[in-house]
Design a binder for this molecule. Sequence first.
Ligand SMILES: [Zn+2]
Length: 304
Amino acid sequence: MTRKNFYATISLDRAANQRADSEWLAIRLGAPNSRVVPVWRGQSLVSTGDAISMVDLDIHHLEALSNRDNQPVLLGRIGETTYFSIDISHLDNPADQIVLGDRDAFADLRQVGQIMAPEEGNLLAYARGINYWHQRHRFCGVCGAPTLSEAAGHQRRCTDKDCNAVHFPRTDSACIVLVYHEDNIILARAGRFPPRMQSVLAGFLEPGESLEDCVAREVFEEVGVNLTEITYQHSQPWPFPSSLMVGFRARALNTDLHPDPTELDSAEWFSRDALKAITPDSDVQLPRADSIARHLIEEWLAEG
Ligand SMILES: [Zn+2]
């Protein structure tokens, strides 16, 4: 396996050891080559010219765009450039505060991520995910008092001195699994999928459950198949809004499928040859190109 999953970090240094270093941060915030990645109402700023590319802002924008509720987040460094992010959802029209190019626009990363350079898609996904968390954790889950951002945007602390609870960015783990038997794999269709799309099975991890337990439970619940040889493959951050997709492969012990009608419209076995023969006109389409589901399927197809 050589290809990385989309939205997985490539060369970003998250500079985690510098998040509490106020002197280091002050220097980067004042450095003319530092850049700002804005997020507006969950959308990312991109240029929509010949190719879709990330648009970042000069660091001097940061002061005017920050307030008590919207503090800069240190994303990290790529080469000599330090990247910060800021949520500007409080602005009704970002163009009032930012000079945008003719082709610049705020766009949903789910729509444009798969056609961007992976490095840029990764940075935008990270910015989107951490700002989503900030927006939804303005108040303490323990006592209800307001919280404030600290550690360069990587935690929030309750402002009630007696409570003083610290809250960390949340990631929801989900298992996704390619289930095979001889030269066939299970693909299923849920009602929420785009037309004709079929995908491998997936589900969220529950408290007190291992990832392997989650794989076995989800597959049995969704299609009634028991598994063996549950093997980790690779993972993908999926900040839409805050998931980590953990990819597995597993061998089926039985092949009769009983799709759970509350979760799935259908589930079927597909042979390698049938999947390799798919064209854009086929009745079955594979998941989107930037998904770990597609990656798991393509890896398996390439083996035979
Ligand atoms: Zn509290």
